[in-house]
Design a protein around this ligand. Structure first.
Ligand code: 6PG
Length: 467
């Protein structure tokens, strides 16, 4: 018989995804130009009636049942177009192509429009959870044609991660909605990673916490309200022994972070939309600063920094937990705010409650907090910002004090905590009725007659300022 599901790109993600599909009762056929990868999948699949593969695109396409459901797990960019072009002459009307990579959302829009003309449905479906997620259950973020999604739905719901039995996949919206949501997921991911790294740094410098103590602490936090994949893996990372030296691996890793672009795109597009996401922006900037290692080493020799005063460990631990929780909330709030705005701007018809819901398991930013966030948006589906949710007021109010403590510690001790500081500043500004931007308006009017509005009466005003 024909196979239920096709997948192009049999790297680790692709192979794992196909095996996951097969584990869930569907038959799957893989395609890759690399013979070794094809052979590896066939060997691992066991029964070729269930899992098979070929390097030949025609054999691959012919093996699939109609409408064909073909997922691409290949690197974003030109390769996606090349694969599409190679498949296109072999496909029939109403076949479905799903791009599972981190494609830039406007590329997805172009591809969708191009393929629609040819009668092919195109989906951008972000897949999160890394290699293990692909194998055991990722969070999947599909966008595209709603009717066509019905063909993909049973397979995606079966293979996705489950949160208390509920699948971590849902139809998100038309066009590039899925890639856009995955992009912002990654922006939030950058933010949360930056925040965890700051807490690690501060506890080491101001509290003399050892890697073992830090690992135990993150592990303890992972039992509480901070429970999350990133906190969990941080705990594990911190005690990993190094094979090459006596110590811990983390201490030997070069402090230069790489990036593939999704965090930067989130920030760039937030700027285009006019939505502030400073906790994400600073995470991108910190990766950039980290990359300037040689310059940092030179500059370090030129300037003094205050000696870091040691703090009481117990107190520090409490502040750190609260500040991290506070900043996590702020980071999710910013990303979701961006999604709500992008939904209007690009016609995605996003339901933020559904997005938070499918992030509760499987993905890199999964966290206990997402269950609370889901509830907040289920209660008020048009909530513009999480900070306006009554259920979050207490969580934020109860922890912001510790973010203040850490921000001032950071400033006086010369330890950079930019994610926490930016989150705090965002909070203080977003919750301020009056900001000093009245002065900026005055300056604009002073030098450029740009006009201003008034608090006390309607209209547009300009003043001949005394110069
Ligand atoms: C995920 C990850 C995944 C990838 C990141 C890494 O959700 O599973 O986000 O997509 O690991 O894109 O991004 P950087 O290389 O930019 O850190």
């Amino acid at each position: 018989g024909k196979y239920d599901f096709g997948l192009v790109g049999l790297g680790v993600m692709g192979r794992n995804f196909i095996l996951n599909v097969a584990d869930n009762g569907f038959t799957a056929f893989g395609n890759d130009l690399d013979t070794e990868k094809v052979d590896a999948l066939i060997a691992e699949g066991g029964d070729t009636n269930k899992v098979n593969a070929s390097t030949d695109a025609k054999v691959f396409v012919d093996a699939l049942s109609a409408p064909r459901k073909i997922m691409l797990l290949v690197p974003a960019g030109k390769i996606v177009d090349a694969v599409i072009e190679s498949l296109l002459p072999l496909l029939d009307k109403d076949d479905i192509i799903i791009d599972g990579g981190n494609s830039f959302f406007t590329d997805t829009d172009l591809r969708e429009a191009y393929l629609q003309e040819k009668g092919i449905h195109f989906f951008g479906a972000g897949v999160s959870g890394g290699a293990k997620g692909a194998r055991l259950g990722p969070s999947i973020m599909p966008g595209g044609n709603r009717e066509a999604y019905q063909h993909v739905k049973p397979i995606f719901e079966a293979v996705s991660a489950k949160y208390r039995g509920e699948p971590c996949v849902a139809y998100l919206g038309p066009k590039s909605a899925g890639n856009y949501v995955k992009m912002v997921h990654n922006g939030i991911e950058y933010g949360l990673m930056q925040l965890t790294s700051e807490i690690y740094d501060l506890l080491k410098k101001a509290g003399d916490f050892s890697n073992e103590e830090l690992s135990a602490l993150f592990s303890k936090w992972n039992e509480g309200r901070l429970q999350s994949f990133l906190v969990e893996i941080t705990s594990k990372i911190l005690t990993q022994k190094d094979d090459l030296t006596e110590g811990h691996l983390v201490d030997q890793i070069l402090d230069k972070a790489k990036q593939k672009g999704t965090g930067k795109w989130t920030s760039q597009n937030a700027m285009d939309l006019g939505i502030p996401v400073p906790s994400i922006d600073i995470a991108v900037s910190m990766r950039e600063i980290s990359a300037l290692k040689a310059e940092r080493v030179r500059a370090d020799m030129l300037y003094d920094r205050p000696e870091t005063k040691k703090q009481d460990k117990v107190e520090l631990e409490k502040w750190a937990e609260e500040a991290l929780y506070f900043s996590f909330i702020i980071t999710y709030a910013q990303g979701l705010h961006q999604l709500a705005d992008a939904s209007n701007e690009y016609g995605y018809e996003l339901d933020i409650a559904i997005i938070a819901k499918i992030w509760r398991a499987g993905c890199i930013i999964r966290a206990a907090l997402l269950a609370d966030i889901t509830e907040a948006f289920q209660k008020d589906r048009s909530l513009p910002n999480l900070l306006l949710s009554p259920t979050f007021v207490e969580k934020v109010q109860g922890t912001v004090g510790s973010a203040r403590k850490l921000a001032s510690l950071a400033a006086t001790n010369g330890v950079p905590l930019p994610g926490i500081t930016n989150s705090l500043t965002y909070f203080d500004a977003y919750t301020a009725t009056r900001l000093p931007l009245n002065l900026i308006q005055a300056q604009r009017d002073y030098f450029g007659s740009h006009t201003y509005e008034r608090l006390d009466r309607e209209g547009i005003f300009h003043t001949e300022w005394e110069k």
